[in-house]
Design a protein around this ligand. Structure first.
Ligand code: AMP
Ligand code: MN
Ligand code: MN
Ligand code: MN
Length: 285
């Protein structure tokens, strides 16, 4: 196990712990370097950074931006590491990505009401700290808390995913825009959890090629949503495309998902760790 975790969430998006709490949890688990990467949102970074300074945990500003890519309108997530959270284009770009989450949530709730689950909008909002960041995880937690479904994983199997009740297609940002905002803010763009996209070889190659053309430089090889097979497959892909490798738990909440914050697998030896290129961006004191 490595102690470097460059992908996890707080209550600023769909995590269950406040930004300072999740940092203290990472420190307790002996993390050596962390990046908070909330979805489409930088609001948790100041509190997280201060908490990291307080406990002496090296910290990177991060974000996980939502992208709609390709002819199949696939949702792809791009992590930005070492960004300047005050960069104008990044701040306004992310605001435009957040825009539309509330109306999407209303449509999701209407869809659920049609199959006999009323009150989902209010229920999801009640477990969401940052209303403009309302998303599927908040709906999932509402469905679990109300006794409708036994756990979050089951919610996503039965609801909220393409073809299932409560799923509302959404247009996120363009890949080249997101990579451009991250690079413009001095950060490194990383393809998040590639093992989750189910793209096949040809589309994966196309995604990586477009990502690199836009200025993308790294890919998550160790991820809480990867199997060991995935990790080795994407280590080879990183080598083939000359990309740096990242590692992140994708932690959201205690007991949800399989990885705790601060815990990631060691990168295979063929990988070139992305953090070796971020040393001047690490906040230490
Ligand atoms: P949204 O940005 O509102 O579409 O929500 C995306 C979030 O939903 C992801 O970041 C995950 O936290 C969660 N999610 C999506 N698919 C799954 C899944 N199969 N199991 C658990 N959580 C999921
Ligand atoms: Mn999430
Ligand atoms: Mn993601
Ligand atoms: Mn994530």
């Amino acid at each position: 196990m490595a102690n470097i975790d460059l992908h996890f969430h707080s209550t600023a998006s769909d995590g269950a712990l406040a930004p300072d709490e999740v940092i203290r949890r990472a420190a307790e688990r002996e993390a050596k370097l962390v990046a908070l990467t909330d979805h489409d949102c930088l609001a948790g970074l100041a509190l997280a950074r201060q908490a990291a300074l307080d406990v002496g945990l090296p910290f990177l500003n991060g974000v996980e931006a939502s992208v709609t890519w390709g002819t199949r309108n696939q949702t792809v997530h791009i992590v930005g590491l070492g960004i300047d959270p005050d960069d104008h284009a990044l701040v306004s770009g992310l605001a435009s990505v957040r825009d539309g989450r509330v109306s999407r949530a209303r449509e999701m709730a209407d869809d659920l009401a049609r199959i006999g689950i009323p009150g989902a909008f209010e229920g999801a909002m009640a477990v969401c700290d940052n209303p403009e960041m309302i998303g599927r995880t908040h709906f999932a937690r509402f469905l679990v808390n109300s006794g409708e479904v036994k756990d979050v994983r089951t919610v996503f199997r039965k609801y909220l995913t393409p073809g299932k009740p409560g799923y509302v297609p959404h247009q996120w940002a363009a890949l080249a825009d997101v990579v451009g905002w991250i690079r413009g803010a001095g950060g490194i763009a990383v393809i998040a959890h590639p093992g989750r996209y189910d793209l096949g070889r040809t589309l994966t190659d196309r995604l990586v090629t477009e990502f690199k053309e836009a200025g993308g430089q790294a890919i998550e090889v160790a991820s809480g949503s990867h199997s060991l097979d995935d990790m080795h497959k994407y280590a080879l892909l990183a080598q083939r495309y000359d990309l740096w490798s990242s590692a992140g738990s994708d932690f959201h909440a205690p007991g949800e998902g399989c990885r705790d914050v601060g815990r990631t697998d060691d990168l295979p030896p063929i990988c070139r760790p992305v953090w070796e290129h971020l040393s001047d961006r690490i906040v230490k004191r």
